[in-house]
Each structure stands twice: as C-alpha cells, then as structure tokens.
Design a protein around this ligand. Structure first.
Ligand SMILES: Cc1ncc(COP(=O)(O)O)c(C=O)c1O
Length: 391
C-alpha cells in the first residue's frame, strides 16, 4: 500500500523535535551537530532569537494579504535587497523552483518585447540543479531529472560544466540567456572559478544574451559575500534566490536589473503567497544579519578555520577522503565510499551532512556556527571516517 506521504524521498530514521543554533535534538534526546542546515536553508541556525521574534511579532498582527494590496514588509525586504545588490527590482516567490520559472519567463519576455521573439533558448550546464518544475528539470536536463516526465519544456540546451569553448560556439541568435550556479550545489560543490564567470559575463555581453545566476544555494552569505558572484566582480542580469533568504520560512526571490525586468509589466506574473507579510518579516530579519559586513567577515574567518581543519581531516583519512572543495561555508568532501555511506556514518557520530552528486558530501553549516562547534564538527567527522575505516 502506498504510504500516506508520497514516497519520493528515502528518509533517514531520524525524528528531530527541536533545533537550537547549530544543533538538532532527536526525539530520543540525542544531540546532532547540524552541518546541513536543511540544505543551506537555516542560514542563522535553528530558532535564532531575531527570527523567532520577527515571526511571532508579525504572526500576531497579519499573516497574509494578497498582492492586490501594498505590503510594507515586502517593500522593506525588496529595498534591502536592492540596496545591497546589483538589482533594481525584486519579485518574491515561495521557493527556488518558482524563482527559476520566473527567471526563464523574464529572460524570454525581455527579448520578445525587444522585437526578437526568436531569442528563447536557455543554455544550461551538466550537473546543475534548478528545481523540480517543468522548467527546472528541463534546465537541468539530466536523465535522472527528466526521465518519464516528457514532453519536456522546449528551448533548453545543455553543455558540459565549465566548457567555455562550447559555450562560445553555442550562443547564437536564438539564445535568450545563459543560466548557471556560480557554485553547483546538488552537482557536488563544483565552483566556477572567478575568471571563468567573468569570461561568461563578457561572452554574454559580446553575443547579446542575458546572464541568469542561480544563487539559491550559494547565495545569502554562504560563500562569505552576500552573493557568490560578487567574488568575481561581475553582475548578472537576473538572479534566483531562495533557501537562506527565509532562514527556514519558505521564501524565494528573483532579483533583476531594470533593463532585464523591463518585460515584466502589470499582469505578466504573480503569486498568491510570494512576498506575504509573514515571510517578508522573517526575510527582513535574515537580511539585517547576513548583509552586515561584520557578519560576512566572520563567516570568512570561520570558513578559513573550517577549511584548514578539513584539509587536515582529508590528509588523516586517505582511504575515506579524496579532497575538500568549495567556498566559504559551502564545502564538499569528495569521499571514496558512497556519499550515502559517509552520511550514515555521520549519523552514528551524531553529525548531519548532506550527500551530493560527484561522490561528494556537502557541509553547509549555519553561518552562525561557533569556533567551538567547528572543533566539535571536526571531531565528529573524524569519528565518522574512523568508523568507516574500521567497518
Ligand atoms: C541551485 C538551486 N536552484 C534551485 C533549487 C530549487 O529550490 P527549491 O527546492 O526551493 O524549489 C535548489 C534546491 O536545492 C538549488 O539548490
């Protein structure tokens, strides 16, 4: 008999009942050090006092009104995002997937309104992940994502990750946009070097297409800058954001320049829940912390500390680890057993990690993780590796 919850996930037998900062408490009382953060969602850890206060205060006043009315919390969050980024304008969604939907629509509408309706193709890359909607799976294009779900949304081309020669050869008069994650998350923490992102930006400008960045996983302070593309000193035309922006409240956004957003006039897009008062009150509290330069400087300091310790861990367990990679607090351990085996050994050592493709285990701790917790994380990862060696 089919379970009452549609069985699309293989779930670990863990039942968390409470979260405190970087810690998750299991029903039986065990305390797990959370290096997954709900896959880069709980940017400020669990039950951060400022987020609890923002949520409860707003919940007592007004949860939801339609986008048919003005929403001051939404306006405030949009102003914060516009003030802190390349963007001139923001549309709020409930998730990264919906941000992908709008990013694709926005890029196509831009060219349509410019009198170039043939420019509809989106060029994306192997190993990418942009969500599970029809546009999201068509953008990713992998067999795993699309098999059985045809007919696929047309207009997506796929190239090997980091194949800039192929990109140069593929962008043509029908290309609306190039879509990529500055650091692939699900694909196995695969960063695009800064000079390559710069070259792609230049190529898009030269050939006349838009650059859409998916910063759903790598954005919101995760790499030590508010958004990962800032390290390369470039700006996108359109950017997808989600996960960390709500700190655990379902919230996403599409940020865009005025030019790229010019096709999205009244009536061209909408969302019932996107940008509602409750979500945006929480989003404002997240932004007040994460966009603070002192907070980001501390993320960078802690990232250096964690990275250095992980290099030592990899060197100490050559049978378990191949390398550490990534940026900031978005790190990957390439493992020799399967990622699932390592993640399971982590459960035994009371540490939560997240599997990814390319034989990588992701470490996406809360950006608020302390130095002591980093030391504890290493002890627990070491215990997990030792358990695998002696199994
Ligand atoms: C880079 C990236 N884009 C898009 C998505 C989809 O976001 P959501 O699951 O919020 O729909 C994800 C989710 O993992 C992601 O990592």
């Amino acid at each position: 008999m089919i379970p009452s919850v549609l069985p699309t996930y293989t779930r670990a037998p863990l039942h968390f009942v409470k979260g405190e900062g970087s810690w998750l408490v299991e029903e039986d009382g065990r305390r797990f050090l959370d290096l997954g953060s709900g896959i880069a969602v709980n940017a400020l850890g669990h039950a951060h006092p400022a987020l609890v206060a923002a949520l409860t205060e707003q919940a007592g006043k007004l949860w939801h009104v339609s986008n048919l009315y003005e929403i001051p919390q939404q306006q405030a969050l949009a102003d914060k995002l516009v003030g802190a980024t390349f963007a001139d304008t923001v549309f709020f969604t409930n998730s990264g997937t919906e941000a992908c939907e709008l990013a694709v629509k926005m890029a196509r509408k831009y060219w349509y309104d410019k009198g170039l309706p043939e420019k509809t193709d989106i060029i994306a890359f192997s190993g990418s992940f942009h969500g599970r909607s029809s546009a999201g799976i068509a953008a990713a294009g992998s067999e795993k994502m699309v098999k059985g779900f045809g007919p696929l949304l047309p207009g997506f081309k796929h190239l090997e990750w980091r194949d800039l020669d192929a990109l140069k050869a593929t962008i043509d008069d029908n290309t609306a946009a190039v879509l990529l994650e500055p650091i692939q998350g699900e694909g196995g923490i695969r960063p695009l070097p800064d000079d390559e992102l710069k070259a792609i930006r230049a190529l898009c400008d030269e050939k006349g297409c838009l650059l859409v960045l998916d910063e759903v996983q790598c954005g919101m302070g995760r790499t030590g800058r508010l958004f990962a593309h800032e390290w390369a000193g470039i700006i996108p035309d359109i950017m997808m954001v989600a996960k960390g922006i709500g700190g655990g409240f379902p919230l996403g956004a599409v940020l865009a320049t005025e030019e790229a957003a010019s096709g999205m006039t009244a009536g061209t897009h909408g969302s019932t829940y996107g940008g509602n008062p409750l979500g945006c009150a929480v989003g404002c509290a997240v932004m007040d912390h994460v966009a603070d330069p002192a907070f980001l400087a501390d993320v960078n300091r802690k990232a250096g500390l964690l990275r250095q310790k992980l290099e030592g861990l990899v060197a100490a367990h050559p049978e378990v680890f191949e390398e550490v990679r990534g940026s900031g607090l978005m790190l990957g351990l390439k493992v020799k057993p399967t990622p699932a085996e390592f993640v399971k050994a982590g459960y035994g050592a009371l540490v939560i990690t997240v599997p990814a493709a390319d034989n990588v285990v992701r470490l996406l701790p809360a950006l608020t993780i302390s130095d002591d917790e980093i030391a504890e994380a290493l002890a627990r990862l070491d215990a997990a590796a030792t358990a695998l060696e002696t199994a």
